[in-house]
Ligand binder design. Structure first.
Ligand code: UDP
Ligand code: MG
Length: 139
């Protein structure tokens, strides 16, 4: 059953490049309501846990390094069909394959440093949201 929530992170490259405001504006303008949000920095252990599904992939070490090198903005978003619609808004993992106007097309540097995270299922949206937020941080 589809839910109406997804989870996102603005990754360290977005903050380094000063793109936080522009990306949040695009998310809001696309109809997503921000029901939880904070700036934080993941520890190595946090990133290894969050991306555990990719632990056997060749890019895992670089991914953990990238995601921990500076602060991120984590948020829970609400909208009808949130998971699917947000994946459409961010575009393909590789910005070279991302559709025009998508966040990754506009702001990602590469398949590795690709500006934003978006949950890939309702179950993962719930798991990832509760990884970063307690119930009393969600409005
Ligand atoms: N990633 C990478 N190289 C790859 C594939 C993925 O560095 O060949 C990184 C990239 O930051 C990506 C993250 O690992 O966003 C998680 O990969 P996934 O396949 O889940 O892509 P996403 O769901 O973020 O589009
Ligand atoms: Mg993914």
């Amino acid at each position: 059953m589809a839910t109406n929530r997804t989870f996102t992170m603005l990754k360290p490259d977005s903050l380094e490049k000063g793109n936080t405001g522009a990306i949040l504006e695009k998310i809001s303008a696309s109809g997503f309501k921000i029901i939880a949000m904070k700036q934080t920095q993941m520890s190595k252990r946090d990133a290894e846990t969050f991306y555990a599904i990719h632990s056997e992939r060749p890019f895992f070490g670089d991914l953990v390094e990238y995601m921990t090198r500076g602060p991120i903005v984590a948020a829970i978003l609400e909208k009808d069909n949130a998971v699917e619609d947000f994946r459409t808004l961010i575009g393909a993992t590789n910005p070279e394959d991302a559709a025009d106007g998508t966040i990754r097309k506009l702001y990602a540097s590469s398949i590795s440093e690709n500006a934003v995270h978006g949950s890939d299922s309702d179950d993962n949206a719930a798991i990832e949201g509760s990884f970063h937020f307690s119930g009393r941080e969600i409005f």
